[in-house]
Design a protein around this ligand. Structure first.
Ligand code: B3K
Ligand code: ZN
Length: 884
């Protein structure tokens, strides 16, 4: 009998709710179909006989019927690409198990049983980097979201929590270090040059948090004493030779542990915390319990090889993974639709941490820049989804900026509405109520509602509605009343044609023109379609500063005159609002210029306004350089494209470059002075020196835009004098876009200098494919044939191709060659690493928002991908939805 269609047979995981699909249509998994597991696995004992190309896994499961399940007698164990070598039940070999697709099913007569299964896997052949795989001679795992099923058969869903005991044995020379979750309970030597170790994790966890690492590694070791006095041993494991580059990661880890105690009252709960850095990794890092696995990119740093941005990235990701120990591990997700429960919350926690470690103002601007560059396009495109999606075909496709970054913004709004203290009462209640559980987003909202004492009924719409709300602001001035009239619309998104108004918390201040002062910031909450907010006591219309601190993730359209924006850019006391005024001024000008709506005279008037605002920023003594640098960055081309219904990428590029050149010429002396001043500041990691490095390379960009020869000379000099990667990369970035002999000289030198250092060679690749050089596509093609290029390393693939896909000048080349390069990459990468391949689809998926000529070519590329037989579920879902 067809097992899957038997009425008594529950889908043990929501992933399996649908019948076998036709080859080109992966089943749709729906949130509303969630069923609790029929069987629980309170304990699992794993025994690994390790080998790079042959690892044997014996898994012993103590299973017991779930009283909250549907009573099915069939145990469904998920598998992916696995063949069982043997299966036994309660100590005796059995043959009456069966496979349903990739899953293994066993009928169980009683309430509790012991199931033992042996599987064999080949880590060296695992190019997907999911499950157990080999990376540079070591073995490591990645199990989130559904990688554990590639190691052994198991109910691979986050609401099945088990206590793990792990034994592993392998060749002592190949695998001198043997690690898993929790604590090492025993170890010893075996026969024939082998050794073994046993690990036990006392905290029950879902299978996605399992980890194993075996290889030739050395540790930077330290310790941390927790607030209750627990001494925790800390180790950061890297390849021999890389130890010296782990100091910043270690400092970041200790700072994270302390910060989480102080800010959220969360204490670490094991005696050991291990981090391992691996060079082949699909994403940034993974929060496995007690054994975080990291992309080397987020561990290794020294001034010679890492930029200031790399240092910040390490601090943020180390914090993020550490914070997951509570928001993710101690309280995990019921199902993958709840991903934002752990990811949105943990992103907010890492944002707050980084803000506390450095400049809060700059960090907030960076957060918003990321949201606008990555999430806004998601929200306005064919792949738009709410932060708690309703359905998916491949869960890996939902590790998105929407779930992560918008998820963080949604939780931040709750915090803004109730204030820090009440928010903390809410999160305390959440952790207390759900510790040890697999929870839902609803559980989180309810805990904040109860703990912080706020009604979040309408606010829940932020979890279910996709799309970036558009808020229109109008100031009406009568007698001595200034009335702010706000209107919101939430645009339709795929599957959600109608939307309801949501509560939008907006921080606002009204400046008097005469004094340049305001009477204090207020929080208003727009929760209807249109609402008037009156402010008394303004004889003249005030200058409105709205959405201060980016209190809500919305797009604001207002009719404020340019002079108001110049006013705010020069003197708003909210740093984000100041940045925003500057951005709005430039965006407004460029959108008009791109649309051809500007006569020459009007263009000059507008450019003067921009220049005036720039001058105020360059001259201001009260600004720190880190902030000055932020204010000098022009809005990204992708963000400009977002402002238009249908965008012409060449026109956007040309106008943005023209403005840069104009500012470079107009304010040349200021930029030269700034560059000279910054060059004189010696290297250190303090805020002043980091600020100097930031404005140094930005000033250089404007100098080169206004006078390419002067730019090339200065850039080469900066490159050659550099004693750190920030300056060197900043100079090389400028040179990479120029058509001049200095370019070849510096690029050649850079490669020779850092050949063999994978992370720096990645920079060398991406500097060239993110450049504005006229031959950028030729360069990209040549780099694809470079001996250092490989499809098997996601960092290298991203360095070459993600940089290109994110570079509108290259990607949107009028010939369509950029689209062909990315389309071809997706087709070739899919059989190797589908998860990484699928990440490239959204760039082509934007075709509806691009002018017709290019749009047709983008669509054609998607169709070519869709025609490939046996596409992965990952790519197929993204391509089908993008073609829509
Ligand atoms: N939780 C992991 C992400 C896993 C992605 C799997 N495709 C890293 C993080 O967000 O911390
Ligand atoms: Zn995370």
């Amino acid at each position: 009998m067809d097992i899957a269609s038997r009425p008594s047979e529950p889908a043990a995981s929501p992933q399996l709710a649908d019948a076998a699909p036709p080859p080109q249509a992966p089943p749709v998994i729906r949130r509303e179909d969630y069923l609790p597991p029929a069987w629980l696995v309170p304990e699992i004992a794993l025994d690994f006989a390790l080998g790079l190309d042959d690892t044997r896994v014996r898994s012993k499961l103590a299973v017991r019927r779930n009283p909250d399940g549907n009573g099915s007698t069939t145990l469904r164990l998920n598998g992916d690409n696995l063949t069982p070598v043997s299966v036994s039940l309660d100590g005796s070999a059995v043959n009456d198990w069966r496979l349903d697709g990739s899953d293994l099913l066993i009928d169980l007569p009683g309430e509790a049983h012991e199931v033992e299964i042996e599987t064999a896997v080949n880590p060296a052949a695992n190019s997907q980097l999911m499950g157990l795989y080999a990376s540079g001679g070591m073995l490591c795992t990645q199990c989130e979201a559904e990688g554990f099923r590639r190691i052994t058969f198991f109910p691979d869903r986050p609401d099945v929590l088990s206590t793990f005991t792990v034994r592993m044995e392998g060749d002592k020379q190949t695998f001198p270090i043997l690690l898993s979750n929790g604590n090492c309970t025993d170890s010893g030597d075996g026969a024939d040059g082998t050794h073994w170790a046993e690990w036990h994790d006392p905290w029950p966890k879902p299978s996605y948090l399992f980890a194993l690492v075996a290889g030739d590694l050395v540790a930077n070791s330290d310790s941390f004493t927790t607030m209750s006095g627990r001494e925790v041993a800390l180790n950061i494991y890297v390849r021999p030779g890389d130890e010296a580059r782990t100091e910043h990661a270690m400092a970041s880890l200790k700072a994270s542990m302390k910060w989480d105690e102080e800010t959220f009252g969360r204490e670490y709960d094991l005696d050991l915390f291990n981090i391992v850095a691996v060079s082949d990794f699909n994403m940034g890092a993974m929060e496995n319990k007690g054994l975080n696995v990291f992309n080397t990119r987020y561990v290794l740093a020294d001034p010679e090889t890492a930029t200031d941005a790399d240092y910040d990235g390490i601090e943020g990701v180390i914090g993020h993974e550490y914070f997951h120990n509570w928001s993710g591990n101690r309280v995990t997700c019921r199902d993958w639709f709840q991903l934002s429960l752990k990811e949105g919350f943990t992103v907010l926690r890492d944002q707050l941490f980084s803000a506390d470690m450095g400049s809060a103002a700059v960090k907030r601007i960076e957060d918003v820049r990321i949201l606008r560059a990555a999430q806004y396009p998601e929200d306005s495109g064919p792949l738009a989804h709410p932060i708690r999606p309703d359905s998916y075909q491949e869960i890996s496709n939902f590790y998105t900026s929407t779930v992560y970054n918008k998820g963080a913004e949604v939780i931040r709004m709750m915090r803004t509405m109730v204030g820090e203290e009440r928010f903390r009462a809410g999160t305390d209640l959440y952790f207390e109520r759900h510790d040890g559980e697999a929870a839902t987003c609803e559980n989180f909202v309810k805990a904040i509602e109860d703990g912080a004492e706020i009604d979040l009924e309408q606010f829940r719409l932020w979890y279910s509605q996709a799309g970036t709300p558009q808020v229109t602001a109008k100031l009406i001035h009568e007698n001595n009343f200034a009335t702010l009239r706000l209107t919101q619309t939430v645009p339709p998104t795929p599957g959600q044609p109608e939307k309801q108004p949501m509560p939008i918390p907006l921080k606002v201040a009204l400046f008097e023109r005469e004094t340049g002062k305001h009477h204090g910031e207020q929080l208003i909450v727009l929760d209807k379609e249109t609402q008037d907010f009156p402010f008394k006591g303004y004889l003249r219309p005030p200058v409105v500063s709205l959405n201060r601190g980016f209190s809500a993730p919305v797009a604001i359209e207002s009719e404020r005159p340019d002079e108001d924006l110049v006013f705010l850019a020069a003197r708003d006391d909210d740093p984000f609002a100041r940045y925003e005024a500057m951005q709005s001024l430039v965006v407004r000008h460029l959108v008009k210029a791109v649309g051809g709506g500007l006569e020459e005279r009007a263009r000059d008037v507008e450019r003067d306004a921009v220049s005036q605002a720039f001058e105020a920023i360059l001259d201001s003594d009260s600004l720190e350089d880190l902030m000055r640098g932020e204010l000098m960055i022009l809005p990204a081309e992708s963000y400009l494209a977002e402002q238009m219904l249908v965008a012409d990428p060449s026109a956007i590029h040309a106008e943005r470059e023209a403005l840069k050149a104009w500012l470079g010429e107009e304010l040349q002396d200021d930029f030269l002075d700034l560059h000279d001043r910054a060059l004189a500041v010696p290297y250190s990691r303090d805020a002043e020196a980091r600020g100097a490095r930031k404005v140094k390379s930005i000033a250089l960009q404007y100098i080169a835009a206004g006078d390419p020869e002067e730019g090339a000379t200065r850039a080469l000099a900066q490159y050659q004098a550099a004693d750190n990667m920030t300056d060197r990369q900043g100079a090389l970035m400028v040179l990479a876009s120029l058509d001049c002999p200095e370019r070849e000289e510096a690029l050649g030198d850079f490669y020779k200098r850092y050949q063999g250092n994978a992370l720096v060679v990645d920079k060398w690749f991406s500097l060239q494919t993110s450049s504005f050089h006229p031959d950028v596509l030729e360069h990209a093609k040549a780099l694809a044939n470079h001996p250092d290029f490989t499809m098997n390393n996601p960092n290298r693939v991203r360095a070459l191709y993600m940089a290109l896909a994110a570079n509108p000048h290259a990607f949107h080349a009028a010939s369509g060659e950029g689209y062909r390069i990315i389309g071809d990459l997706i087709r070739r990468l899919d059989p190797v690493n589908p998860q990484t391949a699928a990440r490239f689809v959204p760039s082509l998926g934007r075709w509806r928002r691009i002018e017709p000529g290019r749009s047709a070519m983008m669509r054609a590329e998607l169709e070519k991908i869709a025609a490939v037989p046996q596409l992965s579920r990952d790519v197929l879902e993204q391509v089908t939805k993008s073609l829509g």
